[in-house]
Design a protein around this ligand. Structure first.
Ligand code: SF4
Length: 358
């Protein structure tokens, strides 16, 4: 295992265009970052040059996928549920470990609680299915119209009435109790996709969490078409930036957008900005020392000042041999909270390192 070297991002002759936005992605209308899409494609989707997903989000994906199988009728009892959950979680954690050998991958604590709640939700789905009269539940799939796609979880139809349901395994509301704006846009785009593709009018949009709490997203027919036009206009303006070679205009450099971005290691815009997380820094590597417990202490120059990173695990002295003077990007290391020790950073289990070409 060695520390990944970040590849240069080639922008000459780029042929990528934003021709198809995802409703889930576009739900984050205000914090959508076009530059992230370019980085993803131009780095060949290499996992090792991105930050690992957090295990909490992996459990969320497993919950969503298993629930989708329940809705599709592919999982009909508790034993099938347990088997699917165990299989999916194990294969995702195994992939995580393969992609990031330095990471200490463990079964996340969230697993037990989320599995329990997802299973309760699955049981409610099985019960409702056997008791419903005159209602069709359609575990839906991919919908597509020019410039927009979306994967709808569930459509419920009764007589002339149609509802779209989207399951969320995380929190649905913001701190002040309102439905997250990104989810509101996402659901309205689902209504638009469904109506345009099937010709059937959607009456209700609902979000459902694992506690079986239902959140209705109010909407009017009149607002759907203008929203679609916004999607198309956004794609067109992003494509104009690409055509003009103005790639930096694609970056949405905002603290809220960048804070958890997995592409941070590769994003020069981020490293040159003033909005970097306090846990991330870049410095010229000077030397490495090994402590009694085999953890490492790295010494850097950052803007002419000495910086130390201590308690680093997962790498050996050999990983740094002959690298003096090279630039290293350090992510997810915590600065000391003592005012006189601002040069000292503490490594965590999630601290990631990347040699940069800067
Ligand atoms: S760090 Fe910010 S600007 Fe860079 S790709 Fe991620 S979201 Fe976009």
């Amino acid at each position: 295992m060695s520390i990944p070297v970040l590849p240069p991002i080639q922008l000459d002759g780029i042929d990528f265009r934003f021709n198809e936005m995802k409703a889930s992605q576009y739900g984050g209308l205000t914090n959508f970052c076009g530059w992230k899409e370019i980085l993803l494609r131009q780095s060949g989707g290499r996992r090792d040059v991105m930050l690992p997903p957090n295990t909490k989000s992996i459990v969320g994906t497993v919950a969503h996928n298993v629930l989708e199988q329940v809705l599709r009728g592919n999982i009909c009892d508790a034993a099938g549920f347990d088997e699917a959950w165990a299989q999916q979680l194990a294969s995702r954690l195994e992939k995580l470990q393969t992609d990031y050998p330095w990471l200490k991958v463990q079964t996340p604590l969230e697993d037990y609680e989320k599995k329990y709640r997802t299973k309760l939700m699955a049981e409610r789905v099985w019960q409702r299915r056997s008791s419903r009269q005159g209602t069709t539940t359609v575990p839906e799939g991919e919908y597509k119209i020019p410039g927009l796609t979306g994967r709808i979880d569930l459509v419920i139809r009764r007589d002339q009435w149609t509802a779209i349901v989207d399951y969320k395994t995380g929190t649905i509301t913001t701190g002040n109790g309102e439905i997250k704006p990104a989810f509101v846009i996402q659901l309205k785009l689902y209504a638009l996709l469904y109506q345009k593709q099937t010709g059937q009018i959607v009456s209700k949009l609902n979000l459902l969490n694992l506690a079986d709490e239902r959140f209705e997203v109010p909407f009017t027919q009149e607002e759907l078409e203008p929203l679609y036009e916004q999607v198309l206009a956004k794609s067109a303006s992003l494509n104009e930036f690409i055509d003009a070679g103005d790639f930096s205009a694609l970056a949405n450099l905002e603290e809220e957008t960048c804070r958890f971005c997995q592409l941070r290691p590769l994003c020069d815009h981020y490293w040159q900005s003033a909005i970097k997380n306090t846990s991330d820094f870049e410095g010229s590597f000077r030397e490495v020392k090994e402590a009694f417990d085999k953890s490492l202490l790295l010494v850097f120059d950052v803007a002419g000042e000495r910086r130390l990173l201590r308690g680093l695990q997962g790498w050996t002295m050999d990983d740094f041999a002959g690298k003096e003077g090279m630039s290293l990007r350090v992510l997810n290391a915590w600065p000391s909270d003592k005012p006189e020790m601002t040069h000292l950073y503490n490594a965590t289990a999630n601290t990631a390192l990347f040699w940069s070409n800067a």
